[in-house]
Design a protein around this ligand. Structure first.
Ligand code: SAM
Ligand code: SF4
Length: 349
């Protein structure tokens, strides 16, 4: 595999020709965080994320690693300080470590951080390489520690690999934050145990409300649980002390006095956090979605592959600033279609 760091053709010159303007949207929000999907494919089929027979995008439409690096460079040139690689499952993409390494070279200068969100199934084999490539923190999705629940929820039998992956990440010196989607009747009864376990292992954990993104095989209204209710339940057991801790994402944190660990709440449904949004998302096919919950998009792949990529990419980023919506408006209810037809595995989380 060629060295991506020396291969970028398109956008390296952007930041030297002129000093490009930072990304500020029409609602005066400064964009400093990119979530970059490297594939929409996945080795699990979580029931809240995708249907059993998920249609994946044709591979020919997906950006090359060099193009993904060009996208990352273009955003760095406009003031993005954090890049999170996501998917689908980012670790199922062959050679993804080359991309992490190339982006990781900018940590400490243009970037504060390169990180990724993973389901953990392939983490044991990649943890050391990720740490060597400049990753310091990762998010691992873990909705349950019960193997039957895991199998029903992800439609695969992979809990041992995931737990092995989490242990390997810790052994490699990576700081692990767990992400858990709370689902009524599936894992809501297990959340206190999961939180206590995470804290015993030294991991922070963020709980997430399920969002109406893409058709799935179950009724989301049957599964949705408000984190306001979950928090009340946790507060009846433990002392939750609001924390000043902030990560670049939408989690709001509390420290639990009794466990000595940190818990985050990501509440896209029950408590809107859009006023502080600093994020943009680019799919594996180079579609830039300024909002997870909106249909607005600009085509970065066409810009990258045009005859004048510097000007076209710069123009595409400027357009994204004009069309980023003020807020999402997710609705879950009987008979309601998903707010967006795109699955979260396409846009990346
Ligand atoms: N495959 C990786 C993983 O699962 O961590 C990365 C991609 S996944 C789309 C990113 C995050 O989105 C995961 O934490 C997952 O649980 C969450 N997610 C997926 N579909 C969701 C939905 N409809 N509502 C809320 N969170 C969702
Ligand atoms: Fe795959 Fe992540 Fe979606 Fe689960 S949540 S199906 S692991 S992309």
């Amino acid at each position: 595999m060629a060295d991506l760091g020396t291969m970028t053709r398109t956008v390296d010159r952007l930041d030297t020709l002129t000093a490009p303007a930072p990304l500020v949207d029409a609602h005066q929000r400064r964009i400093t965080y990119l979530r970059l999907s490297v594939t929409d494919r996945c080795d699990l089929r979580c029931t809240y994320c995708m249907p059993e027979r998920m249609q994946f995008l044709p591979k020919a439409e997906v950006l090359t690693l060099e193009e993904l690096y060009d996208v990352a460079r273009a955003f760095m040139a406009r003031g993005v300080r954090t890049i999170r690689l996501t998917g689908g499952e980012p670790l199922v993409r062959r050679d993804v470590i080359d991309l992490v390494r190339a982006i990781g070279r900018h940590v400490g200068s243009e970037l504060d951080e390169v990180t990724l969100t993973t389901n953990g199934t392939q983490l044991a084999g990649h943890a050391d390489a990720l740490a060597r490539a400049g990753v310091r923190r990762i998010n691992v999705s873990l909705d349950t520690r019960d193997s039957d629940t895991f199998r029903a929820l992800s439609r695969r039998d992979a809990l041992p690999q995931v737990l092995e992956g989490i242990a390997a990440a810790r052994a490699a010196g990576l700081q692990v934050k767990l992400n858990t989607v709370a689902m009524r009747g599936v894992n809501d009864g297990e959340i206190p145990d999961l939180v206590a376990w995470a804290h015993r292992q030294g991991h922070a954990i963020s709980l997430i409300e399920t969002m109406p993104l893409g058709e799935v095989d179950e009724a989301r209204e049957d599964r949705f649980v408000s984190l306001a209710d979950v928090r009340r339940d946790l507060e009846s057991r433990w002392t939750l002390v609001p924390s000043d801790a902030r990560t670049p994402g939408p989690s709001r944190y509390f420290d639990i006095a009794e466990t000595g660990g940190r818990i985050g709440f990501i509440t896209p449904m029950s408590e809107n956090f859009c006023s502080g949004c600093n994020r943009l998302r680019v799919t594996a096919t180079g579609q830039l979605y300024p909002c997870l919950g909106g249909g607005e998009r600009v085509d970065l792949r066409a810009a990258l592959r045009s005859d004048a990529p510097e000007a076209e990419v710069a123009g595409a980023l400027d357009r994204a600033m004009l069309i980023k919506p003020e807020r999402h408006d997710f609705q879950i209810g009987a008979g309601l279609a998903p707010t967006q037809p795109r699955h979260m595995s396409v846009t990346g989380g």
